[in-house]
Write a protein that binds this ligand. Sequence first.
Ligand code: A3P
Length: 339
Amino acid sequence: MALPPLKSSFIYDGCKNPEKSQQNFQEIISKAPNNSEWFAFSDLYEYQGFWFTPKFLEGTILAQEQFKPQLNDIILCSYPRTGTTWLKSLSFAIINRSNSDSLINPVNPLHSVMPHDCVPFLEVDLFQQKTIKYYPKIPLLATHLPYSSLPQPVIDSTCKLVYICRDPKDVFVSLWHFLGNVKGKETNTDEFSLQKGFDLFCNGVSLHGPYWDHVLGYWRASLEWPEKIFFIKYEDLKKKTSIHVKRLAEFMGYPFSLDEQREGVVEKIIEMCDFNNLRNLEVNKKGEYAIFESVVVQNQKYFRKGEVGDWKNYLSADMQERLNCIVDQKLQGSGLTLC
Ligand code: A3P
């Protein structure tokens, strides 16, 4: 199997001018509109039309100032809780398949390393001085940045982007559970009511929100540059996993050969990245992932239910209608539906 050479863009030799970057960050954050209502997690600051925590904002500004992708980089883009972990696992397994003796071999990194420790986040891992667990030299990165906030060299270069999105109702429910469990300012989900979080989400005030603007940025760009941006919905990936995994591999430049397809390689990758398989691995049941040094999450929080439509167990009919209306209105004329 002849796959493109593996070369990582994860060659970062430190911030070029840390004092200047820090000054720039301090200046931006001191002027940014602030919201402290997501008290369960962190204050949010508005920057370029989206909401960031201070740490994410710092990393974003550094990435915008300094990141230059390699020509063959692939960047997995997403709003949090839309399927990032799954997409990272699948993409990692697709690209790394020639490096592993066997996909079911326990030496395969995904068996012992949390997916987020296999694929670094651009605005988090590349620019923070945190302990790096395991990043193999493959040209794969991830980001939660909105399209309009991506570093300009990413837009200008030939590197490819993959974007995953999801029904906003499931995104909200998943986010609410997740933020309530992050070891931030507060740790108790009960104290951060569903209604309060829902109102904020509907008002566009959520981590990396407004959600619909995040999706629309990538959607429009994918229509304009389909060869650069691969756009997929979580629900479609769930429904027809095999078809979309093959499309994804093809887009990324790592297509499955006929022999591989005959040998069941696609199915093995899907099986390995299956929700229940990943969730039941020791590393994902017991381990912890440090988003930042001060924000640590149990790996199991990344594998909650993995279902389509879990929102029905949490949102009232009124809430459903309210969010559907907002999203329908925002997406009107775009050719995209999410609800
Ligand atoms: P739920 O909270 O609805 O269960 P992200 O990785 O972007 O943070 O998204 C997390 C969501 O994706 C969670 O949704 C999580 O359970 C689900 N998820 C994680 N791994 C998955 C997998 N392998 N297959 C399907 N869904 C997965």
